[in-house]
Design a binder for this molecule. Structure first.
Ligand code: MN3
Length: 203
């Protein structure tokens, strides 16, 4: 069964003005769709991989033929990372220090502002194209960068937050000002969803 583009779980104009409708339409409809198409193309001659989920492919990347492994990292990662990203976006769902993830962040980073500062710094200084994540590994929160479309799930860590800092994610609106995009990201991060992911992931 071929991989398909997921439904966008919100209206394309619903994150305005922080993430604009035109950027989302191109990002989802062209870039994300492109990764889906290229993943399907990459595995077309590998019937044993065609019934695997994208999560399985990335978590078991060593089992994918070396002939197409880099393509699966690039395009499968592109599919999974965007699937994840769209699902954690919603406007005006603020950080709650009393939530489970709120308490865990404050325990780890002392304050929410310190967490935001460290996360934005990682997102702003990532060289080239990639992502910045808040992940959970062995019950420990960690801010991580991944380059290109590499996905943290290939490294056995559980993603809780992602920001796409490829230029296609922000350039139409923010031009070269990636730091404005990253500081506005907090207005469109669905902290209820992040809390749910954390509760399901922690042991
Ligand atoms: Mn992208």
């Amino acid at each position: 069964m071929a991989h398909e583009l997921i439904q966008l779980p919100f209206e394309a104009n619903s994150l305005e003005p922080y993430m604009d409708e035109e950027t989302i339409n191109i990002h989802y409809g062209k870039h994300h769709q492109g990764y889906v198409n290229k993943l399907n193309k990459a595995i077309e001659n590998y019937p044993e991989l065609q019934d695997k989920t994208v999560e399985w492919l990335l978590e078991n990347i060593a089992d994918v033929s070396s002939e197409i492994r880099q393509k699966v990292i690039n395009f499968g990662g592109g599919v999974f990372n965007h699937n994840f990203f769209w699902h954690i976006l919603k406007k005006d769902v603020p950080f709650n220090p009393e939530s489970e993830i709120g308490k865990a962040i404050i325990e780890k980073f002392q304050t929410f502002d310190e967490f935001k500062k460290q996360f934005e710094e990682q997102a702003n200084t990532l060289f080239g194209s990639g992502w910045t994540w808040l992940t959970l590994k062995n019950n420990d929160l960690e801010i991580k960068q991944t380059i290109n479309q590499e996905s943290p799930i290939s490294g056995k860590v559980i993603p809780l937050i992602a920001i796409d800092v490829w230029e296609h994610a922000y350039y139409l609106k923010y031009k070269n000002k990636r730091n404005e995009f990253t500081s506005n990201f907090w207005n469109i991060l669905d902290w209820d969803k992040v809390n749910e992911l954390y509760i399901n992931a922690k042991e």
